[in-house]
Design a protein around this ligand. Sequence first.
Ligand code: HEM
Length: 400
Amino acid sequence: MADQLNALQAVRCTCEDSNVSAPIPRWEPLSEAVLADQRGTYDRMRAACPLAESPRGITLFRHADVVAAANDPATFSSAVSAHRMVPNSLDPPEHAAFRAAINPFFTPERMQALEPSLQRIAQEIIGALPRGATVDAVTEIGYPFAVRAQADWLGWLGIEEELLAWMADNHAATRSADRSRTAAVAAAFDEIVLAQVRRRRQMGTAAPKDPTTELLSVTVNGELLSDADIVSILRNWTAGDLASMAAAVGVVAYFLAAHPDVQESLRANSDGLAAAIDEMLRIDDPFLVSRRVTTAAVPLDEFVIEAGKRIYLNWTSANRDESLFTDPDTFRPEEHAAHNLVYGAGIHVCPGRPLATLELVVAVQALLGMTIGIELATDGELVRETYPLGGWRRVPLRLR
Ligand code: HEM
């Protein structure tokens, strides 16, 4: 890694002729050295160079470049995969029609109606954890809370164990980097989702009144959604975001345990809890990257990104860019909120943000309200997560 960084410095130093585009520096984002300290590597990469290329594509590290790309969907298309993902892989104008159909599922009124059952779930999970013994915030709080909260919201009751087992398979398949294994796990998830859709079609007017049933009567451009698009929407509301939610719980729990001053002040007054959680996630954003593909050549400083290049918008790096967050590890919720990119930017900005925020606020309220102290356990190992996720894989805690 040191050699790669020296090479990056050298690239920047030798680019004095403004008429010639510089070669984009190379890096190996999935090398053992990078995976061992993803966030630290991104910090060093960003300091050395705004972008770097690997056989997987070109990564943008700076806040300004990530925001510019996210706000220019004509040049940075989301049609990166052969698979249609609704709305994630759609570009304008199709994207807007689907977002208009999806956004109403996350209104403040709907979130308010969900709050009591989310509180019950959080309290059951935190209440069942032992006091004074080591517990893992990710697998014993994050996973079960994310799964039960999503199942409750979507009306998928009774399949929580199946979803938890699927999450474990999905994690293992992702880490194996074996494409046939990840494809099999994705197909298994589609079957879980399709079963929910089919059941509701069969039940007709007797189907439960939940967001899954509602999707059956949603129209886009005057037409009902196809089963394939309904499954795709539900997959994007669950498959990826269960992992993001569980990882986010780990990041927030770690931060609270590692910063007793912040923990105590939120325990005394939880008014600014949502903003505090956003700031904890900015410092250690578990949602690492989003993909794009360039539709035209793009100049960036002394470099030129060619058309047809796979791009990675590195949210984790952008959220720590010193040009906006002077000391990226400093906790300043109000000051940093305007530039926080945890939920993305531009037309693909996360529609699930209100739900994610509500779930995290409710989980932290239960954690703080049902304990008198949260500490890092000294007899367990803190383990970082690796690509495609960030944050923590294991956060051993002791609840008092
Ligand atoms: C802490 C949890 C979460 C984080 C950090 C997160 C972050 C993000 C980010 C950064 C994007 C932008 C992707 C891009 O630009 O390509 C995004 C998009 C998206 N998120 Fe989330 N998200 C979270 C939870 C959720 C939840 C709970 C849902 C749904 C229930 C959700 C649904 C979506 C969907 C459907 C998109 C794609 C939107 C589009 O393409 O227009 N997310 N999310």
